[in-house]
Write a protein that binds this ligand. Sequence first.
Ligand SMILES: Nc1ncnc2c1ncn2[C@@H]1O[C@H](COP(=O)(O)OP(=O)(O)O)[C@@H](O)[C@H]1O
Ligand SMILES: [Mg+2]
Length: 289
Amino acid sequence: MELVLDRLTKQYKNKIAVDRLSMTLKPGVYGLLGANGAGKTTLMRMICGILKPTGGEVRFNGMGVSSEGFRDVLGYLPQEFGYYPGFTARDFLCYMGTLKGLPKRTAKQKAAELLEEVSLSQVSDNKIKTLSGGMKQRLGIAQALLNNPQVLILDEPTAGLDPKERIRFRNMISGLGKDRIVLLSTHIVSDVEHIAGEILVMKSGQLIQKGCMEDIIKIIENKVWECTVDNNLAEKLTESLLVSNFRQEGDHVFLRLVCDQSPCESAILAAATLEDLYLYYFSEETINE
Ligand SMILES: Nc1ncnc2c1ncn2[C@@H]1O[C@H](COP(=O)(O)OP(=O)(O)O)[C@@H](O)[C@H]1O
Ligand SMILES: [Mg+2]
């Protein structure tokens, strides 16, 4: 099973949102990390066949994504998802199932199974408008799973989840990646840190990094420093360097900095994290709002 992106490009009037992006995805969980405006949604909509590329193509096992066959193996959770607030969770899933072409009985059965799988059985007959953010998000995922898709595309599925819901969501996704291609986008570092086997870093329409967590962090190995300095020096250092952490400790300041060379005499190298890497790449852009 493979999903191939071949020089995929989308140009809006004078803006190239996705720029000759090529890669091959195999079963597993891929975390697409990028700041707002990086091109994540545009990329995903092209993969799903909703948006026509201006260049290049997407193929799944050799077939084009606009073909009928691809619809049947695709599950998609859009970034903005309408939830039919007056429907119950169960009715909504049955309805979506029939829209996807399942016979009524199958849709009903599948809905019950999925409600169980995303731990919503308890609230399955409650109206959607009464569910929490995390519950709605899990319902959105259940909807994307109705046709037992081989390719699952989730656009910012953790936006608006509280930490507990986020953990629950991650655990669910890990399981889904066992025999499917799961691509999920986020601008929240900790999401991909914990669930993605492979991390894709996207900036200005291009993939600038790709690999497992250990590999991509190597880029900033020997570039993360920690030191405790007086206020004057702290002010000087933070003016010119990337600050990953700043903590006032009495009359001194603890600093964690990302820079090529030792920032001051007392600085020692620290183990890099994905958050440091994100800062390194996206410091000039919006960081987790
Ligand atoms: N319909 C559109 N027309 C013009 N520009 C667009 C359109 N949709 C997105 N863009 C631009 O393309 C870039 C990528 O957007 P998007 O794919 O939504 O990024 P992300 O999902 O990473 O935030 C942004 O600069 C955005 O303003
Ligand atoms: Mg987006």
